[in-house]
Design a protein around this ligand. Structure first.
Ligand code: FAD
Length: 337
């Protein structure tokens, strides 16, 4: 009873990165709470899936394997999670803030009357004193997320309902293997006992998967452009620099909204979270909603005409100048060396 649970998403036999990130966080939370880490994988042809998750320090893997459970549809996944959580009574249940997690999380939490904090960027264990009702709570999950358009960071707690549920943004937590030799238990779920016939009213007839060619999430070098780049044509300078140094092109929301770059390149609170070795910010002012998605970069170079631009506070190197002058010089230098 009262363990930490992570719902693992699966796509074409592979556990999603966000789920592995959550298992890493879940292991730390379970250690802090001195309890076990459990995970549930729902889908089809899941033989051997435990080998993907065990190295992250999982003590028990629940597997619901049935051909009707892949691809994902809301109702059977909800029924399985609700029943499992009613039986196992986890104190914490986590899932990715993906399109699946955003669909599934609220349904499960409302069926369990537990509440849910969406889009968390950090999770820690802490105590709470309710002075009004003279109550003290130990070992609560602090669910931390930006609020009011990113202007504040809110810490949300759920003292009385269980499980404490949260969805967590992709890429904000690190993925770390505990040990390749980590051994947990595997428990197969008898799907028939967990689902109802009416859960299968929705039939997926055909799926079209659009595979993105853009991979900024895992890029080691990112050349990101903002509104200050000025035009779509000027973005070609960023593409050229990125090609020369083996990086990907990213963008601020203002640049995406202006049509300079596609949405899949957007970095920040409502875009992708990245942590490259090198982040070159070109014509980006550095508003909190943008820096929320890149502040973990190992090294930042900021190029901006404004020597007081907020991005400079995050930068290891600041180049005060016009990108139209600075970028061609950088491209030339890198090409020569
Ligand atoms: P600006 O703030 O306009 O900055 C342009 C910069 O370019 C300035 O610093 C200027 O000095 C510099 N500049 C101008 N000309 C040149 C030149 N020739 N050479 C060099 N520098 C030059 N933003 C995001 O990026 N990602 C998000 O995910 C995101 N989510 C949001 C969510 C919400 C709910 C809200 C309310 C906002 C969000 N935003 C997000 C928007 C964010 O608040 C800022 O508006 C946006 O990041 C600004 O983008 P920018 O820095 O490109 O543009």
């Amino acid at each position: 009873m009262n363990n930490v649970f992570v719902y693992c998403e699966i796509e074409e036999g592979q556990v999603a990165d966000v789920s592995l990130e959550l298992l890493t966080k879940g292991r730390k939370l379970a250690d802090d709470l001195k309890c076990e880490l459990e995970t549930i994988v729902i889908g089809h042809e899941l033989k051997g899936v435990e080998k993907q998750v065990m190295p992250f320090g999982v003590d028990k893997v629940w597997v619901a394997d049935d051909k009707r459970l892949y691809p994902y549809t809301t109702l059977p996944h909800t029924s399985i999670l609700v029943k499992l959580f009613e039986e196992e009574k986890p104190q914490i249940a986590l899932m990715g803030a993906t399109s699946i997690g955003r669909d599934l999380g609220p349904r499960v939490s409302s069926a369990l009357h537990s509440g849910l904090t969406a889009d968390c960027t950090s999770l820690v264990i802490g105590d709470h004193e309710d002075k009004k009702n003279k109550k003290e709570y130990k070992d609560l999950l602090y669910q931390i997320r930006p609020a009011f358009g990113g202007n504040i960071v809110a810490t949300i707690i759920n003292p009385d309902c269980r499980p404490q549920m949260a969805t967590v943004r992709e890429g904000v937590m690190k993925k770390e293997i505990v040990s390749d030799a980590y051994k947990g238990k595997v428990k197969n779920i008898d799907v028939e006992k967990y689902v109802k016939p009416e859960d299968f009213v929705i039939k997926v007839i055909e799926r079209h998967m659009e595979k993105s060619k853009v991979n900024i999430k895992n890029a080691g070098i990112i050349v990101a452009g903002g509104y200050g780049v000025g035009s779509k044509a000027n973005f070609n300078l960023l593409t050229e620099l990125a090609e020369v140094i083996g990086g990907e092109v990213g963008a601020s929301r203002a640049a995406v909204d202006a049509g300079f770059a596609s949405h899949e390149r957007q970095i920040g609170q409502t875009g992708v979270t990245v942590r490259p070795k090198l982040y070159i910010a070109c014509g980006i002012s550095g508003q909190i909603q943008h820096t929320a998605g890149m502040e973990e970069s190992a090294m930042v170079i900021a190029i901006n005409t404004d020597k007081n631009a907020p991005i400079n506070a995050f930068a290891d190197y600041v180049i005060t100048g016009d990108i139209a002058e600075v970028l061609p010089k950088m491209i030339k230098q890198y090409k020569e060396n």
